[in-house]
Design a binder for this molecule. Structure first.
Ligand code: M5T
Ligand code: MG
Length: 587
């Protein structure tokens, strides 16, 4: 809630102005029953028709002015809600962008989306409608009660007798409402997750004819949401009748008690009319208060859920003592020293990387091979600090990666992930994604994009598309083949001219001949750059300066191609198998 104050403070002047309009609206509204009283008194004393008509005209005039001021107050205060909603959503997104990769491994996309959309909307309601009524109700009460007390004090007290009971009931109902609201928001998140996962995995759903299962599962989730929403509506629905009963009871008391007072001549008819007028004026703010309680509870529930996101620290950030002055250029010497790593933080029994050390000079090529699940991807993910090491350290140019500014570290590394991801924009933008535009013109950008595409062996295919580099890739790149996607992600990494290039099995989906072509083109691109290749196909890695064989997170063999063949271990065996396969294919 403190955070919300920080946001609304920016718009304090509008809140204040809106508040002034509210006071003005209330003043005008409160004057109407008074003039009504004067009109009744005029009728009683038999004054001419023109007098009465002028009262009527006055009341109508006040009503018009009141309507205008009222609208103004709504515009001012509701818009604060809209603006805070916008700011909050921007900040949430910016925060999400800085959260560690590890965070997303435990989150559902649909849930995050639901929070960013539904919960932020609840905040808008809280700061707009909620805040307005929070201000309006006390104003009305202060005004109305003062006047009513002046008109007839005992009658006022009698009319308000049901209110304490009312307050107690409302408090109890609103607590249940808060709990129920949280449940509804959770179900909404579940539903979003269900939709998101089914759309993302539509191919799998189709392939296994799991549509019916998906539909049934969705219906269950949907039913759950409906049930919870209905429960909430039931709880919320209790408020209105409670409020109306209270104000009805008030009117009943006034009519009985006030009527006797008039008959006994202790109160004028005009006063009674005005009194009922004021009681009616208070009825709406009282009901609004009940409704506002639900808005406040929803807002609080939503803020709790947003706070859960805000409270996650962007775990991997620049160290406090990170060198502010970026080192001249990164040369690209890479050294792993006794690196251990586990996904379960701090748990040393489940090490995925276990005591790995090696050293790579600038411009050299390292190859990592090993059976699936050996920890190859995990090992290279540590370099750009997607995760931080559990023990040991990783040095680039002799400096711990954790002491380098993240910007500098990550922009020095071109990373081609094992699972290619492309944005649903133009090919051009996808390839130029990592290019630091500053200072370079369009022509330079274009040149880099085309160069990178050529080196990644995809240029001719792109030019063959009817719209060339302008081709828009469908969501998740579905209009491209697996190999095309892989080569585009390679082009994206190359376009930024990184000092260090990491290819995580990046050519697995292309055939051997295409691969040979790409490797040839890459050789020029890689001149003087350090590179790490993960590959299952040994033809990719034969020429590496250092080859390490990883097994269960440990390096079990190391050396260059020739020395590993002499060792006659896993690598040599794999090489012979693959050679045999190849000769069978060509024969
Ligand atoms: C090594 C586990 C995985 C495996 C081991 C990416 C990732 C992996 N793992 C996690 O627990 N969480 C994760 O986020 O770590 O996995 P790898 O590093 O992905 O292995 P690989 O790259 O050598 O395998 P492959 O199939 O890509 O050749 O036990 O469960
Ligand atoms: Mg992998």
């Amino acid at each position: 809630m403190l955070r919300l104050w920080g946001y609304s403070r920016r718009y304090l002047s509008r809140y204040l102005l809106g508040g002034v309009c509210l006071v003005l609206t209330a003043s005008l509204a409160m004057s109407i029953p008074y003039f009504l009283k004067l009109a009744v008194e005029a009728i009683e004393s038999g004054r001419p028709f023109t007098d009465i008509a002028s009262f009527a005209a006055l009341i109508a005039g006040i009503a018009v002015v009141q309507a205008i001021v009222r609208t103004l107050s709504r515009a001012l205060i509701f818009n604060v809600g809209r603006d805070v909603e916008c700011d909050l959503r921007n900040d949430l997104f910016a925060h999400l962008e800085r959260l560690p990769v590890a965070y997303y491994q435990h989150q559902h996309t649909g849930d995050l989306m639901s929070r960013l959309i539904n919960d932020v909307t609840a905040i808008r309601m809280l700061l707009g409608v909620g805040f307005l009524n929070l201000l309006n109700t006390p104003i009305y009460y202060a005004y109305g009660l003062t006047i009513m007390l002046a008109l007839h004090a005992p009658l006022t007290i009698a009319a308000l007798l049901p209110f304490p009971i009312l307050l107690y009931v409302v408090k109890r109902v609103s607590r249940r409402m808060m709990e129920q609201t949280l449940r509804v928001q959770e179900e909404l998140s579940n539903l979003s997750s269900a939709v998101q996962e089914n759309v993302a995995g539509i191919h799998v759903v189709r392939a296994y004819q799991a549509e019916d299962v998906a539909v049934r599962r969705f219906a269950r989730s949907n039913d759950a949401l409906t049930d919870e929403s209905l429960s909430l509506a039931r709880v919320r629905g209790q408020l209105g009748p409670i409020m109306r009963t209270a104000s009805g009871l008030g009117t009943l008391v006034v009519l009985c008690f006030g009527g006797t007072e008039v008959v006994r001549g202790k109160m004028s008819v005009g006063d009674l009319v005005a009194f009922i007028g004021y009681l009616n004026l208070l009825a709406w703010p009282t009901m609004a208060m009940g409704w506002m309680l639900s808005v406040v509870q929803r807002g609080r529930a939503a803020m709790l859920r947003l706070e859960q996101i805000f409270s996650v620290e962007p775990a991997i950030t620049d160290a406090a003592d990170a060198d502010a002055t970026p080192a001249a250029r990164i040369e690209g010497a890479i050294e792993y020293q006794n690196v251990c790593f586990s996904y379960a933080n701090g748990d040393t029994r489940s090490l995925v990387i276990d005591d790995v050390s090696f050293r790579l000079e600038p411009g050299q090529k390292l190859a990592i091979v090993g059976r699936t699940g050996a920890g190859k991807t995990s090992l290279v993910n540590l370099l750009p600090r997607m995760f931080d090491v559990t023990a040991g350290q990783i040095l680039i140019d002799g400096r711990d990666v954790r002491s380098l500014p993240l910007r500098q570290l990550r922009s020095a590394i071109g990373f081609v992930p094992q699972d290619p991801f492309l944005f649903s924009t133009r090919i051009e933008d996808n390839v130029a994604f990592a290019i630091d535009d500053a200072g370079n013109g369009y022509a330079e950008r274009d040149r880099r994009v085309r160069e990178a595409a050529a080196a990644a062996g995809i240029a001719t295919e792109i030019e063959g598309f009817p719209r060339g580099y302008e081709t828009v890739i469908g969501e998740r790149g579905v209009t491209l083949s697996g190999g095309q996607k892989q080569r585009l992600t390679l082009a994206r990494a190359l376009a930024a001219s990184p000092r260090i290039l990491v290819l995580d099995d990046a050519l697995s989906s292309v055939d051997t001949r295409t691969e040979r072509g790409i490797l040839g083109a890459l050789r020029a691109e890689l001149q003087g750059k350090s590179s790490i290749f993960i590959a299952h196909r040994l033809s990719t890695v034969m020429d590496a300066d250092l080859i390490v064989v990883l097994d269960e997170g440990r390096i079990v063999e190391r050396g260059d191609h020739a020395s590993l063949l002499r060792r006659d271990g896993y690598y040599a065996q794999l090489f012979r198998e693959q050679q045999l396969e190849e000769s069978l294919e060509t024969s």
